[in-house]
Ligand binder design. Structure first.
Ligand SMILES: Cc1ncc(COP(=O)(O)O)c(C=O)c1O
Length: 361
């Protein structure tokens, strides 16, 4: 079989170490002779895995004291509702940068007023820049990477009110100033592990002090429940946490978040350069400042539009998996998460050049 290059947007490629350590843990977890999916989550061995994973994540993030790491269920989509349920008293500010941000906004509107700055007018192909976060908002919410259309907020913004971020698709792709956020969340299935784990990095004081006290909130949906129980209030997705731990170890062994950012910059620049140079393609996001390093989206130029399906087929026949664009956008999307090697980008560039030779007029 020809080498496969995995450009899926999520679930997505993980480091080999994540597959290997998960397989090993399925056979015999931590020398117990028991598979990870059959060991009590109250066992010493699992307790250590949970603690080590939480510690390593805080270390990689260089987070200040006073933050907890939670591994919850329900996906990032549950966080869309949990955030306002816990913290929206009267008003919140949301940056509407795409499909996922608007879902978060829909849930926030169930609990209070939502002030929105949006780039919907141009199909989310740019990041909103002229906005003012109201001083009296309970919090501001940003979605740092638009997985579908391919924009990315690559820096930590200054906010006059507590800042919350959905970092599902660019978490651990660059160093983040955790002190600027009170809460960061996301689904693990892109950059940090297998689907089924939702990561939350939360400032403990914020979770306790800003909790809306007069609203009935089920225990499972209250952040303080999980902070107080160190993410062991109920049974965690034990097997998947092995995959997260292995991925974090791999990030550390490969130089940490600054090194990840360097690799991601190099990979995405190589692909954007080819898109700009190639006679057939055009980048979906006009402003290079706003372009995602994680999900590179591009389309065929108008005069070559009828070649779109053919290019997907051509690329697939050469081992490129998952480059078809999201159904709402069309075209192509190459996701270049941390674990995707530079060689896969080089292989895709080569395929684009072969296709150009064959079809460019
Ligand atoms: C930015 C962003 N937020 C939220 C989600 C939803 O995540 P989940 O499927 O874990 O609920 C996704 C999924 O692709 C995403 O890309």
């Amino acid at each position: 079989m020809a080498k496969v290059h995995n450009f899926y947007a999520g679930p997505a490629i993980l480091p080999e170490k994540a597959y290997k350590m998960t397989i090993d843990a399925i056979k015999n977890f931590a020398g117990t002779g028991i598979p990870i999916m059959s060991i009590s989550h109250r066992s010493k061995q699992f307790g250590e895995l949970m603690e080590n994973t939480q510690k390593l994540l805080l270390e990689l993030l260089d987070a200040p004291e006073g933050y907890s790491v939670l591994f919850l269920g329900g996906g990032a989509s549950t966080q869309f509702g949990m955030v306002p349920m816990n913290f929206l008293k009267s008003k919140a500010f949301y940056l509407d940068t795409g499909r996922w941000a608007s879902k978060a906004i829909d849930d926030a509107k169930l609990y209070g007023d939502v002030v929105v700055s949006s780039s919907k007018d141009k199909g989310y192909t740019y990041l909103p820049k002229d906005y003012t976060i109201p001083q009296d908002a309970d919090y501001a919410h940003v979605t740092t990477n638009n997985t579908v259309v391919g924009t990315e907020l690559k820096h930590d913004i200054d906010s006059p009110v507590p800042l919350i971020a959905d970092m599902s698709s660019d978490f651990l792709s660059r160093p983040v100033d955790v002190s600027k956020y009170v809460l960061i969340y996301g689904g693990a299935q892109k950059n940090i592990g297998p689907a089924g784990v939702t990561f939350v990095v939360v400032k403990d004081d914020f979770a306790h002090e800003q909790l809306v006290k007069d609203r009935p909130i089920p225990n499972m949906l209250r952040y303080t429940t999980h902070v107080d129980k160190k993410s062991m209030y109920n049974t965690p997705a034990a097997m998947n946490i092995v995959g997260v731990y292995a991925t974090l170890l791999w990030v550390k062994e490969n130089g940490g978040l600054a090194a990840m950012e360097k690799r991601n910059e190099e990979k995405s620049q190589m692909l954007y350069d080819e898109i700009e140079r190639n006679k057939l393609f055009v980048a979906n996001i006009p402003d290079p400042e706003d372009r995602s390093r994680m999900n590179v989206t591009f389309v065929m130029k108008e005069e070559y539009k009828d070649l779109e399906a053919k290019f997907v087929e051509f690329a697939e026949s050469r081992g490129m998996i998952g480059i078809k664009g999201h159904r709402s956008v069309g075209g192509f999307r190459a996701s270049l998460y941390n674990a995707l090697p530079l060689d896969s980008v080089k292989a895709l560039v080569k395929v684009m050049q072969e296709f150009e030779k064959k079809y460019a007029k």
